[in-house]
Design a protein. Sequence first.
Lengths: 310, 304
Amino acid sequence: MSATTRVPDSSPRLHRGEGGSQLLDIQRRMAAAVMHPLTRAETMPRRRRDGASNLAEAEAIIRPNNRLTSFERLEIYNRQYWFRLYSSFEEDFPGLQAILGRAKFDALMRAYLTDCPSESFTLRNLGSRLDAWLAEHPEFVRPHAELAHDMVRLEWAHIEAFDSEEKPRLGAEQLAAIGEDSTLRLQPYLRVLALSYPVDDLLLQVRNEDGSSASSANNASAARKRHHVRRVAALAPKPIWLAIHRLENTVWYKPLSREEFHLLAALLAGRTLSQAIDVALASSSIPDADRPAFLQETFAGWAMLGWFTQ
Amino acid sequence: MPANRFNGFSDYGVGIGLRIPHYQHILSRKPVVDWFEIISENYMVDGGRPLEILDQILEQYRVVQHGVSMYFGSADPLNREHLRRLKALVRRTGTRWLSDHLCWGSVDGRYTHDLLPMPYTWEAVEVTAQKIRQVQDFVEVPVVVENVSSYAEFHVSEMSEWEFLTEVVERADCGILLDVNNIYVSSKNHSFDPFIYLNFVPAHRVAQIHIAGHSKFEKYILDTHDHPVLPAVWRLYARAIERCGPTATLLEWDDNIPSFDEVHAEALKATKFLKAAAEAASEAAIPAVEAAAATLPEPAGASR
């Protein structure tokens, strides 16, 4: 079968990309327009931040029809891009939104997604760089920078714990064979956090636990979907240590003592059992006489939760 | 024709998209559904509830995978991690065929997570067909490509969308997931006759059909999957079935999702078209079979 060859419209401003690829050139130019931030009115800006004209770019690439200009046709995709990303990001970080409130959260979301566009085939990873980005951009979370940062770390740990791998647990014989020079492997879904604020209770209040945050779909949205989250009063600081884990495919936040946190963190870092114990008890207030019982109870509890793997 | 090499010679009937709001209903009530379509990317994870639910569904139902981010038309090379995870999921689901869209959506490693329209050029035909072949070789199940709804056309296009689709599938030697709602949406947005599109498509390559609802705005139509199927789309579907025979059909409903029963009832409206096509095919087949039988030599030793 051969297609009827059509003479393309004249478009003198089209160039060829690497290797003479017109396809690559068009895709780069369209992506630059589509991924450029919307205006506050959620429309496509006429002019980009770098001074380039979206109007001229649209006319160079897109054919108008009798109802829509080139600009208006391109704008449909620009809006769809941001609506989809906003929706996914809002579902993933409701706790951050509760802390910042709508307006500041929107500004942060727009800036983060502009600086860190998705580099993954799945929207699940959209927030993977937020923790590091926030460290460089505290201005978006002031005056609650530490609280917001704690919440982001917990929300990302939750996403990781939700769908990371679960490996086979160690059996009783394997557990009995563990020696002080053993290096214990822990479940890939397990995360530990040392936080300055008790953000766990807050997140439990606001998080939608249907697991839909990473859902991909192939439909368009007629309008931006808002995820309403009630703003909360600022929390008082209180150091907490948490294990974020999964049990029967539900994510749990398990409070840890300071010693338990350091023990788990050292094991996760690949330390041997004896090294991890030394780190955990280095400045512990647990009396020497109580330490064997503490360690025995702690490891028994973690083994019951299935955290030790083959 | 409906059971062909592009859908693994299967005989699937009417299915619906597996969506989170229906999980509990499906697992507790176990409704009779011919098959479910899953969005592959939502299950390309290492563990947790998504895979637990999927495994429970697989114990009861046939599942077909539908992807949204392979981006056959992107100038970027294929993402190896994506392919590796996709193949693992293919092994898990036992999908008889694998679909994704005839579109692009990533460039220079950055993803838009949208189904962006292709410039219908010969270069794009080559790039797209080559990538489809690569995916098909890797995943080892038939790959079928779906026509997308679009809202823009490119100056540089050298052919129509239906010509582009046909060129790509011929060169890639792959099947088609014919979305009749998308044909309708694009026909309104780009002012062409959807029946010209439908009549041009190589029917023998159609492995599956999508139906869905859409939303009309003043100047364009959006593929929102948030309504029942509109009459104009059913008319296109009837013509598609007339051309292709009774083909595996799936209703997509992705937004404002109503109850499972409502979605399933909407999907089952396709049954009457499929039955009519099956009956027409069998009526046409009887004389053909008799005629074919008459040409056969008498078997040796046959009794008289």
